[in-house]
Design a protein around this ligand. Structure first.
Ligand SMILES: [Zn+2]
Length: 325
């Protein structure tokens, strides 16, 4: 799983805000209780003294014995505070620092490991990135309907679009369920409006929810961004780095971009790099194998053909059917 530096920084900022907020709440509560219930104020001062004793005990020869005594005293004082709080109508844990994550006290780390709260945050940021850069929000396996595909075969084909698309759907669902950083790649081809973008993003959503970084872009946008970054005034490689480095790359509508030597070379570079690194990608396109070869050269086509599962989408344009209903 990979997370962008920007998201790691953002997650750390969120955690540190949570921590600061919890500690501020604690100090306000402490002041309130000290003023209202002086007995608890005394207990809190005793606990501060105990912290100092622990430091002293660390230097003594009877370290373990002293430490045990100090701990027992500390527990007694804590019990007293809890019962006094209850007596005065407060929750017993009112003077505990209200961290969002008790496991790591909102630091994001437990021992040497990353805490699950930090992982959850990073996953949420991955999902947000995908949703911000694509229409991913409305695309899931649950809302993909096979009803739009005719259940009688068209053009004398032996299989009906519904049966074909059921197989495609099941392949995609299994792929998403089993997705990991070493999964294979997919070539989705067929006419416009047959659900290629929907299913590729349903996979993307599932992968992002598992904590994988997913980068979605139409071929046209991706190539235009890379070209601008390479040859524009502000040199950077944000889009190319994302396309190369993400756990799952989804290139939508390959073939709809303006074909140039640059675009063909760049597509080859991205695909070739990802294949060599065993990093999965999904291509959706209106082009069949022959058209792919014609548009991008034999080298590009054979590299894609050799590394992808081939999913053929058939049926009638769903967008048109929906607009008539
Ligand atoms: Zn945590």
């Amino acid at each position: 799983m990979s997370y962008s530096r920007a998201n790691i920084r953002l997650a750390m900022e969120i955690l540190s805000e949570r921590k600061a907020k919890a500690e501020l709440t604690y100090s306000k509560r402490r002041e309130e209780i000290t003023n209202k219930i002086p007995e608890i104020g005394k207990c809190l001062s005793q606990m501060t003294d105990i912290s100092l004793k622990i430091l002293d005990a660390a230097q003594s020869e009877d370290f373990q014995k002293n430490l045990e005594e100090i701990k027992q005293t500390n527990n007694r004082i804590q019990d007293l505070i809890a019962s006094k709080l209850k007596e005065n109508g407060y929750p017993e844990d009112y003077l505990e620092i209200p961290y969002t994550c008790k496991k790591c006290s909102d630091t994001g780390v437990v021992g040497r490991d990353t805490c699950s709260c930090m992982k959850d945050l990073l996953n949420q940021l991955n999902i947000k990135d995908l949703e911000d850069s694509s229409p991913a929000k409305g695309c899931s396996f649950e809302n993909f309907s096979l009803d739009y595909y005719p259940d009688v075969s068209l053009d004398g084909k032996s299989i009906s679009p519904r049966a074909q698309m059921k197989a495609v759907y099941e392949f995609c669902k299994d792929y998403a369920d089993d997705f990991d950083a070493d999964s294979g790649s997919i070539y989705m081809h067929g006419e416009t409006g047959l659900g290629k973008t929907h299913l590729s993003l349903a996979i993307g959503n599932a992968a992002a929810r598992k904590g994988y970084s997913v980068y979605y872009a139409s071929a046209q946008t991706l190539l235009a961004d890379i070209e601008r970054e390479k040859f524009g005034r502000e040199k950077s490689a944000v889009s190319e780095n994302k396309a190369l480095g993400c756990d799952l790359l989804i290139i939508d509508d390959l073939g709809c971009e303006f074909g140039t030597q640059f675009s063909a070379a760049e597509i080859y570079n991205i695909i070739n790099y990802r294949i060599n690194q065993s990093k999965p990608f999904i291509i959706s396109t209106n082009l069949d194998w022959e058209e792919l070869e014609k548009k991008y050269s034999k080298r590009v086509a054979s590299r894609i053909i050799g590394s992808c599962s081939n999913l053929k989408f058939i049926g009638n344009d769903i967008r048109q059917i929906k607009s008539f209903n």
